[in-house]
Write a protein of this length. Structure first.
Length: 240
């Protein structure tokens, strides 16, 4: 396929049979997620499915299905466009732009348009999704400016907000690495929610306890850095 197509339903002239099949199953997956049809999504995902979320978290099939099943993650609308498919024997890579209205926990992000990369493998005559990654896109990134007026602070409100967010993340990383769960809990909001290893927690205390329990069952060498945050309390969305 030389040119991207606007939607998976619009099969371009000259597309191979395999490309047509991948475009069709891509559209079926999108439709199933909007219907919150967990069974259909589960049939499309391979058992070895792995997914890299917005925030870099690595999820698997069960954690993604549980996010749909519990209502933690849901789509009220989703359309796909600019789909490009490359087929390599029984493996295919598809890249698409997805316009979506998705809710994760209590947060709804209307009109997000991430790029989604999906890896498909044909098994026993049908295509299954084995890997996916969602990358957020900035249509018009805001310019960061500094004021040059004499006596001015030299920072705009936007830059002040960014500094506050960076400090919050740094405090979180330090609390995680030193196992200071009380300090970590103080960084969550009272109405915060999160999903970790397929388990849903709502509220500051529940989130803190979830991290304590999760850490006790994982390798003690788990470590955070500013460049590689593992399970930060951010929105994670959405399977590919």
């Amino acid at each position: 396929m030389n040119e991207p197509v606007r939607t998976a339903a619009e099969i371009p002239n000259g597309a191979s049979q395999a490309e047509q099949e991948v475009l069709k199953i891509t559209q079926e997956l999108t439709d199933a997620t909007v219907r919150n049809d967990v069974d259909a999504v589960g049939r499309i995902y391979g058992d070895d499915y792995l997914f890299v979320a917005f925030n870099g978290n690595l999820e698997n099939k069960e954690s993604q299905l549980e996010a749909f099943r519990s209502g933690f993650m849901k789509f009220s609308a989703a359309t796909i466009e600019d789909v490009v498919v490359r087929v390599y024997g029984d493996t295919a890579v598809a890249i698409k732009r997805r316009t979506q209205v998705a809710t994760v926990g209590t947060r709804t992000n209307p009109g997000a348009r991430p790029r989604v990369t999906s890896v498909w493998v044909k098994r026993q005559g049908r295509w299954q999704l084995v890997s996916g990654q969602v990358t957020p896109t900035l249509e018009n990134p805001p310019a960061q400016t500094e004021t040059n007026n004499a006596g001015a602070s030299g920072q705009t409100r936007t830059m002040d907000d960014e500094a506050a967010i960076r400090k919050h993340v740094a405090d979180y990383v330090l609390a995680y690495n030193t196992h200071d769960w009380e300090k970590m809990g103080a960084l969550f909001t009272d109405d915060g929610d999160g999903l970790r290893s397929g388990r849903l927690a709502k509220g500051r205390s529940a989130l803190r306890d979830l991290f304590i329990q999760s850490h006790s069952t994982t390798a003690k060498t788990s470590h955070l850095t500013h460049g590689r945050e593992h399970s930060l309390p951010e929105t994670r969305c959405c399977g590919g």
